[in-house]
Design a protein. Sequence first.
Lengths: 193, 193
Amino acid sequence: MSLPNALLALLVVEPMTGYDLHKKFESSVGHVWHAPDSQIYPALKRMEANGLLEGEDIPWGPRGTKRQYHVTAAGREAFTSWMNTPLEYARTRDPAHLKAAYLEWAEPEAAREQLRAHIDHHAGLLEQWRETVKEIEDGTSTMLNRRLAHTSAADQEKTRAYKLFTYEGLMSQAEAEIAWAKRGLTLIDRLND
Amino acid sequence: MSLPNALLALLVVEPMTGYDLHKKFESSVGHVWHAPDSQIYPALKRMEANGLLEGEDIPWGPRGTKRQYHVTAAGREAFTSWMNTPLEYARTRDPAHLKAAYLEWAEPEAAREQLRAHIDHHAGLLEQWRETVKEIEDGTSTMLNRRLAHTSAADQEKTRAYKLFTYEGLMSQAEAEIAWAKRGLTLIDRLND
DNA sequence: GCTAACTACCTATCGACATAGTTAGTTGCG
DNA sequence: CGCAACTAACTATGTCGATAGGTAGTTAGC
């Protein structure tokens, strides 16, 4: 359900090829919704069949062509409708907390290692989000600047503010995970001496 | 990958039927790893075929039977091995933050409603986790008590401590989400006056 | 003794997703 | 000019997971 809308979110700004989208999914949108190209290409075809997109073959180099998709009126309507519709919350599937609940089955050192990996993972994300936030604030984010170039002056502040809001949320998540895992390390020490 | 291990986590404590497991997935383990019965029954068959479990038909009422599964040595080995192996972190797929990143496309009131729903959702979870934590601390958790009845005295404290640790982590997550969504409500007000 | 609720188990379908490939044209650089 | 890196697109396989059913026996209460 989310993948088509993530694609629409990018395509309402400017037409793109599947390859362009695949690259964006490695950077910007991919921060909140990952998708490999093997999912993107079929999704684009389905969306074209459903009338959300239209594709046209445009020349690329002397002999090659590439297929560029743009959003139809129906696609734009579907996207804004999705944006105005409340989410349905999926039930939790959280491998890290699943394992935490049965940590007495792990060797203390293995348990520590996994909590340290949890910290490292989220510390890496945190660093990434921090940089992204800085780029948005400094106006040096090429991602955001391309987006703003297609946005009316009235909406530019909103666009920027909601992006910052999103990344600040991701930072809070990462910080919470790190703090939790650190408490876990202390707990393991307390239980094994 | 996680479902078989979530099932093993329950079955290493005591043998159960698919139906028992399905009920546990509505309550205890389901808090961190949800699975519908339509996934559980085939998973049990696959695990029996792989030698992780053995099932036996036991009588149920005058005519009925039910199939109870217990963990084999191989299953126990697979579970502890999983518990000692570091997780591989999946890339993010977070519909709430995906929508937040494009919130300028939503009507302000629809955006507010969704953030309020986000708060309500996580406040509900928080309440649930708080109660669970209280039950664990008071020793009134039937889930945990059944578990502890099958646990050596030496491991009882660990089991209890890691359960508490897990639910405290879930509480931190919920609190972070609520705080974030509240900041979002303030932001929407600031952007629309 | 009937019926509702519960226990027990199972199937089918469809899209989501991971993983691992393949093919072909283009561009840049040494 | 030749090769590496990149652009572009697609396929195939297998499991995961959501959703929506179906069947049959059991228990409890009126």
